[in-house]
Ligand binder design. Structure first.
Ligand code: PMP
Length: 391
């Protein structure tokens, strides 16, 4: 039987058939003229998706952690101070990564499901001379979204570079790199960019490239060194062949198809669609009586929803039942609450039908665990929230 289970985790996600077809097409040479053209176009389109027309795009084979590494390795020199605005698991990862390059890292933290206040970050920035600040736009371990616009303004005031980990946000959440003054934003292919895992994607603004060019010591990571990749990206954008490491040819073909689809939808429409679907999902989760990890509705991301299990229900009770009803959702990730909550991804090509099917599967799972008072309440709430928004 065809597996028709919906993959509704916060990455990887369900992909468009045209993207998968590009991935499955016969592999071309990495210097074939049509591939050079597709790579060049993907680089140009990346700047449009990141809303950063004067940025320097990088497309490198690897996962999102490599994208984090590209920023860390190229912008940090031993002894630099870095501030991590920490909203969960991926903030911890960024701190550990920067320490590998010799940074003196300070974290500004909040309780699980919270986010540091702007005042707390401002106070930290005033306390020392930071070269760089990292912000996780959406921490996938909590579903908490940060206020990147306000944090970028703070970084500017304190002359610190701001690096945004947008792995769970870019092409789903509103992110305006140039307008907001974000120096580096990065992501991976498998989430809202909507391409199977395997590409690290990053856009660096002129201020970040200037800081890189001003380094006094060599980049301490050979594969991640922009000195190796910058000429390659420039060559492909200028439609010239070049080589440093063999590009992930099929993934780049697929990326170019997906970026074309994203831009055809339009960034504003895409942000609005993610917000409407998220409101529908969150209304449903509230209607079936589950609390969510983000402590305030304004802290909750649009790309995912993180509900707590009802009292007395464990992951092993609920998640297999949700799957049996047709949707795969993810368990917890944040070490402090790992066993207490689950995660639903709704980004990229997700539509209202996917949300309703997933909410229905969650209701079926809850019913199977003896925890549903009013079957259909979640689906009804999702529809109501969606159409109330649609006005
Ligand atoms: N940052 C965030 C916010 C993420 O969600 C993830 C992946 N879940 C990563 C970084 C790391 O990406 P990858 O797993 O592709 O290395």
């Amino acid at each position: 039987m065809k597996d028709r289970t919906l993959l509704m985790i916060p990455g990887p996600i369900e992909f468009e058939p045209a993207v998968l077809a590009a991935l499955g097409a016969p592999t071309t040479s990495h210097i074939a003229p049509d591939f050079i053209d597709a790579f060049g176009q993907a680089l140009e389109r990346l700047k449009d998706v990141f809303l950063c027309p004067d940025g320097q795009p990088f497309i490198v084979a690897g996962s999102g952690t490599l994208a984090m590494d590209l920023a860390g390795a190229n912008l940090i020199e031993s002894g630099d101070r870095a501030l991590v605005v920490n909203t969960g698991y991926f903030g911890d990862r960024y701190g550990a990564l920067l320490e590998r390059y010799g940074a003196e890292v300070t974290h500004v933290r909040a309780p699980v499901g919270g986010r540091p206040t702007i005042e707390a970050v401002a106070q930290a920035l005033e306390g020392a001379d930071y070269k760089l600040m990292t912000v996780t736009h959406v921490d996938t371990s909590t579903g908490v979204i940060t206020d990147v616009k306000a944090l970028a303004a703070l970084a500017r005031q304190h002359d610190a570079l701001i690096v945004v980990d947008g792995v769970c946000s870019v092409a789903g959440e509103e992110l305006r790199m140039s307008e907001w003054g974000v120096d580096v934003a990065l992501t991976a292919s498998q989430k809202a960019i909507s391409v199977p895992p395997g590409l690290a994607l990053l856009v660096a603004c002129p201020r970040a490239m200037e800081a890189f060019r001003g380094r006094k010591t060599p980049v301490a990571n050979y594969y991640a060194d922009w000195n190796n990749w910058l000429p390659i990206m420039e060559a492909y954008e200028a439609r010239r062949p070049s080589y440093f490491g063999t590009p992930a040819v099929n993934l780049i073909w697929a990326l170019n198809v997906s970026l074309g689809q994203i831009l055809a939808e339009g960034m504003e429409a895409r942000f609005a669609r993610h917000q409407a679907l998220s409101r529908a999902c969150k209304a449903a989760i509230a209607a079936v009586g589950l609390r969510q990890v983000p402590r305030e509705p304004t802290f909750a991301a649009s790309s995912m929803t993180a509900p707590y299990y009802p009292d007395g229900v464990a992951a092993t009770d609920l998640l297999p039942r949700i799957k049996a009803a047709g949707a795969v959702v993810a368990g917890g990730l944040h070490p402090e609450i790992r066993a207490e909550y689950f995660r639903i991804g709704h980004m990229g090509p997700t539509n209202l039908g996917d949300i309703l099917a997933t909410v229905g599967a969650v209701e079926a799972g809850l019913a199977g665990c003896g925890h549903l008072s009013e079957p259909g309440a979640g689906v009804a709430a999702a529809l109501e929230a969606y159409y109330a928004d649609a006005g």
